[in-house]
Design a binder for this molecule. Structure first.
Ligand SMILES: O=c1[nH]c(=O)c2[nH]c(=O)[nH]c2[nH]1
Length: 301
């Protein structure tokens, strides 16, 4: 029987890297979840057990923590790019590196209206993340950055319709011109290049996604996502494409008529399962090649 080793990668997943800056009494915190992986010629490690070319996952973990101190943590994209280049330098057998970083945000606790110097409360709508893929070294190096946000839970209490859909003998859904639209949005956008002010771009894209969700009069979640994605591509030349995964968090009107009570769109049951899952990609026509940007990105069409 002929068999062979297929695609493979290895690394340390979910390093919880917390970096405190304490040069002054007013501390700063960065709180990351870092996953690293190398791909390349690791055939022998699998087929014969020869680990000569394998930079241990433990070393990858150590590097993630050491760089948090030695190089500091700026934008997560820069941290990920620096780590990826380091692993390719340290591991001759590797042809590519994938570094995924999530960032949990904290804000200062207010005490008597004043921001505390070293006490924080977890904050933020949504979790910022990035996935950096680097192929090759030196003149052959190519770097791809996909950044995004997950767990961005949004709801609008009107301004959403759903009607005119295809019907067959199993269709029971009523048409509606006024419903709740809610989702826990995952959005990831691919940058066209790496000369980007990452923090500024992230803040602006997030704000734009939220404002378009609010202002687009929705005829379907599909149309809302396309509108949100188009706005990002129109206003952000640095973004080549954007992908969404959006569970339609259904809110069903509760029938209060058995109790003689009218319910004109006021009391709903928030169902957690099942949910419609709407996924879409919006791409600039002249976008550059996506290369390995989307390698192993689960949960997207
Ligand atoms: O925005 C929606 N898109 C759908 O495709 C769909 N299907 C469904 O039952 N409800 C909805 N809502």
């Amino acid at each position: 029987m002929a068999i062979h080793l297929g695609a493979n990668q290895y690394g340390k997943a979910e390093n919880r890297v917390v970096r405190i800056y304490r040069d002054t009494p007013r501390h700063q915190i960065r709180d990351l979840n870092v996953s690293t992986a190398l791909r390349g010629d690791f055939e022998a490690a699998h087929t014969t057990g020869d680990q000569a070319g394998v930079l241990p996952t433990d070393t990858q973990k150590n590097t993630a923590f050491a760089f948090a101190k030695e190089k500091g943590i700026g934008a997560i994209e820069d941290y990920a790019l620096t780590l990826g280049d380091r692993f390719l330098e340290a591991s001759p057998a590797a042809s590519g590196a994938r570094i995924a970083v999530e960032e949990y945000s904290w804000e200062r606790i207010l005490v008597d209206g004043q921001e505390h110097d070293h006490s924080f409360v977890r904050s933020g709508a949504g979790v910022r993340n990035t996935v950096v893929n680097i192929d090759g070294r030196g003149a052959d190096r190519k770097a791809y950055v996909v950044s995004g946000i997950s767990d961005l839970i949004v709801l609008k209490s009107t301004g959403s319709e759903f009607h005119g859909f295809l019907k067959d003998e199993y269709t029971t859904l009523q048409e509606t011109d006024d419903r709740i639209l809610a989702t826990s949005l995952v959005a990831r956008w691919r940058y066209d290049h790496t000369e980007v002010d990452w923090d500024k771009s992230y803040d602006a894209v997030k704000a734009l996604l939220l404002s378009r969700f609010a202002t687009i009069h929705s005829l379907a979640l599909q149309q809302t996502l396309y509108g949100m994605g188009s706005a990002v591509l129109e206003e952000h030349p640095e973004v080549a494409e954007i992908k969404f995964s959006a569970p339609n968090k259904h809110h069903f009107l509760v029938d209060l008529s058995p109790f003689g009570v009218e319910n004109p769109g006021e009391v709903f049951i928030a169902a957690d399962r099942p949910y419609g899952l709407i996924e879409a990609t919006v791409t600039r026509d002249d976008a550059g090649d996506s290369g390995s940007a989307w390698v192993n990105m689960a949960g997207f069409c």
